[in-house]
Design a protein. Structure first.
Length: 280
């Protein structure tokens, strides 16, 4: 009896393995934007604020304006992931919806529906620095080829755990990543850092090409301002100078809030330290 030559056996084996190889390997997807939406779920935000924050993003992606902005891009698609974050002790970052390519209305609505159905966690501490570094790791995904990479940070307080936020911001910017901000300022005016949170985000958090921040000062703004920010990020439109902090400018806010704040027994870890005579 004659048996097939070894080379034929190898060819047949290769053909049989093709479906498994193709399932294992996926060619990178070209997208106009890779966007990490990183939202604060620290206990400084009450459950109502967290619900409003989540609903703001859900309704933003259900808006025809968002689909229209996506279609205007070179490839007509973006990739988005939604992350919740809190403190560094213990470290908490949770990927609520993993990387999802949005190209059709169905893709976008499915993303919004998955987000609306996911539970919201609450954890202690506020580490914007850890959130940025975690987002950078997500942006290193090798299955995406993005023309632009953006981290979208929303929160109601200053960095009070982990590394300095400016160090994390500068790491991101040095890698060509833009950080935009949505400072949440809907608490009463006498509640400390809320007074200067927009200046803090401007000076200490956002950075990179066309970086901007949009403060939320009233509950009803969660829906309108979140949608506006998402559309601007997708379209990469320039924003008024007042909302941006050019590199090299002397910050008006005190960015040096980190672990040292927890070492001072007389300090409130939820309040940024201010320089004497600081004006905003």
């Amino acid at each position: 009896m004659r048996y097939p030559k070894a080379s034929w056996l190898l060819c047949l084996a290769g053909v049989g393995l093709l479906p498994f190889v193709s399932a294992w390997y996926r060619a990178p997807v070209d997208v106009d934007l890779a966007l990490v939406i990183a939202v604060d779920v620290s206990t400084s935000m009450d459950p109502d604020e967290q619900d409003l924050q989540r609903q703001g993003y859900v309704e933003a992606f259900r808006s025809p304006m968002v689909y229209g902005a996506i279609r205007e891009g070179m490839t007509g698609r973006i990739a988005v992931t939604y992350v919740e974050w809190a403190g560094a002790h213990p470290r908490f970052q949770n990927v609520v919806v993993p990387w999802t390519v949005l190209e059709s209305p169905k893709d976008i609505i499915t993303f919004a529906d998955r987000l609306s159905q996911a539970p919201i966690y609450r954890k202690s501490g506020t580490s914007i620095a850890e959130a940025i570094d975690f987002s950078l790791d997500l942006l290193a995904a090798d299955n995406l080829l993005a023309s632009r990479r953006v981290i979208d940070i929303s929160g109601d307080g200053a960095n009070n755990q982990g590394a300095l936020v400016t160090e994390a911001r500068d790491r991101a910017v040095s890698r060509g990543v833009t950080i935009n901000g949505l400072p949440i300022m809907i608490r009463q005016p006498d509640q400390g850092e809320n007074l200067a949170l927009d200046a803090y985000y401007r000076d200490c958090v956002i950075g990179g090409s066309n970086a901007f921040m949009i403060p939320v000062r009233e509950r009803r703004q969660f829906l309108t301002e979140t949608r506006l920010k998402i559309v601007r990020e997708i379209a990469d439109t320039k924003v008024p100078y007042a909302q941006r902090q050019p590199a090299g400018m002397r910050p008006a806010a005190d960015c040096d809030t980190s672990e040292s704040l927890w070492d001072d027994p007389g300090s409130d870890p939820h309040l940024p330290r201010r320089s004497a005579g600081q004006e905003l």
